[in-house]
Design a protein around this ligand. Structure first.
Ligand SMILES: [Zn+2]
Length: 249
């Protein structure tokens, strides 16, 4: 293979890896924010569940106060019933007492209802707290992984940049200038594989004579359409192992 073509292919690999690593690094703040949002959502669910339980308990205390009021009236009526002089007065007080007892019964039913609901609400608080604990562990682990990845990517970028500096020092300046120009115009992708007579990036069919020249990988040839530098990967000869594998099946 043409030495400069081989170097340009290597250069493209370095640049593409650099591009990927830079993207991953640039995405990190967004990924951190997404993790914090997950945690915040879980915290809000706990707070909302606790609020619903507190509302239930407040409602129950309110009903219990009402029960106490009616019970107070009831004892007052009982005292009055002892002191009545006439049948008419007695019946009137009996009527008031029946009314207060009916009220207490209704309110006590309401308290029972609230207590049953409180059991469900307490279970819901426990469930959201469990989810928060799980989420906290997941987020901690993912943040740790993200921090480790950040260190790894920065080291990788240093390495890639060092390799690039060394490589560009030995590439023919004209070939390098061609690469840099195409890379700039083509979103960082200056090299393309030619396969089955086609530029695999812009998908334009190459002239047969051009494709034949590219197959030899001895010259630096650009795609007429996208200007990318083309190379050819020879089809691997089926190995003994692969043939054996096929025969086996
Ligand atoms: Zn092309």
């Amino acid at each position: 293979m043409n030495a400069d073509l081989e170097r340009l292919i290597a250069l493209q690999k370095l640049d593409s890896s650099t591009h990927d690593a830079e993207h991953r690094l640039a995405d990190e703040p967004e990924r951190l924010t997404a993790l914090d949002t997950r945690l915040e959502t879980a915290r809000q669910q706990v707070a909302a569940a606790k609020q619903r339980l507190a509302d239930n308990q407040n409602a129950r205390r309110g009903v219990e106060k009402d029960v106490a009021v009616h019970q107070g009236r009831l004892s007052k009526f009982r005292e009055q019933a002892m002191a009545v002089k006439t049948n008419q007065e007695y019946h009137a007080i009996q009527h008031e007492m029946a009314f207060a007892q009916a009220e207490i019964k209704t309110l006590e039913d309401k308290i029972l209802e609230l207590m049953v609901e409180a059991d469900d609400l307490t279970a819901a608080v426990k469930k959201t707290e469990g989810s928060l604990t799980t989420e906290q562990k997941t987020v901690d682990a993912e943040k740790k992984a993200l921090a480790a990845e950040s260190i790894r990517l920065k080291a990788e970028l240093d390495q890639l940049r060092a390799e690039r500096r060394t490589l560009v020092g030995v590439i023919d300046p004209k070939a390098l200038a061609m690469f840099e120009l195409v890379a700039k115009r083509r979103n960082g992708l200056a090299v393309a594989e030619a396969r089955d007579g086609i530029c695999t990036i812009c998908h334009v069919r190459l002239r047969p004579q051009v494709f034949n020249t590219i197959r030899r990988n001895e010259e630096i040839i650009q795609c007429d359409t996208c200007q990318r530098i083309l190379f050819f990967v020879p089809q691997p000869v089926p190995s003994q192992a692969a043939t054996g594998e096929n025969a086996h099946h």
